[in-house]
Design a protein around this ligand. Sequence first.
Ligand code: SF4
Length: 287
Amino acid sequence: MNVDFAQQSASRSPTWCPGCGNYGIWASLKGALAKLAWTPDQYMIVYGVGCSGNMADFIKCHGFHSLHGRAVPNAEGIKLANHDLNVVCMVGDGDCYGEGGNHLIHAMRGNTDITVMVHDNRVYGLTTGQAAPTSPHGYKSKSTPGGLIEYPVNALALAITQGATFVAQGFAGDVPHLGAIMQEALAFKGFAIVNVLQPCVTFNKIITYQFYRERIYKLEDDKHDPTSAEEALKRVLHQDERIPLGILYKAPRPTYQDQVAVLAKGGPLAKRSLNVPDLSHMFASYQ
Ligand code: SF4
């Protein structure tokens, strides 16, 4: 049988809008994974629902597309079942900070050993442009025609104060820099979160590539101390005019998996014998 690989490859290209920040995130992730030289069976990506989840078809590894807001608890379960696996979540700001916000808080305080990459486009893109948890106060959208009443979730401040041990921010318009952050986050042992500033060129005409380029600065050029939670907090509490990129906070401590006694010996649960007793006599009694 003749297979047209060129055509097959073209038909499997991402369906994001031209210019979408998701392309930069995709390229950065692939670059980081290539540098880590992980084979496809060494890691698993759990996707949330949203434009970001579209990436599920375009990364060669084990993957799981979860329900809306449930990527993090699924990732926690996978990590408990196989703690040798590197487990990554690729989620949107709506999925992770909105529908899944409760799961995020508890995964952070337990320091579960997963990496969460958030495509933060400050809008619900897949459902055509409603206000999201990170949309600015007063933001006008089809779901908030009179302007958004709420103030945005400050996810980075939440992460620093609620137990995340690696907290970073990157920009989809700077692939080498984002790739380097991702590489460090993926290699980190503990709960790592990378908030990625991702322009949605179709539905968010206010927070654009230009908007970010006028405000971003790199922490490594600004004498930042990533071991100081206070310094990291100061930087993320005032992001209106200057938006930090890089590793904001890094404070390793024992992970959740390190402290689960049953995981200490015998390898991953998924590879152990179930030792199920012979129950045939019980089933026979029902016949
Ligand atoms: Fe990207 Fe926005 Fe298009 Fe979704 S709707 S693919 S986030 S540009």
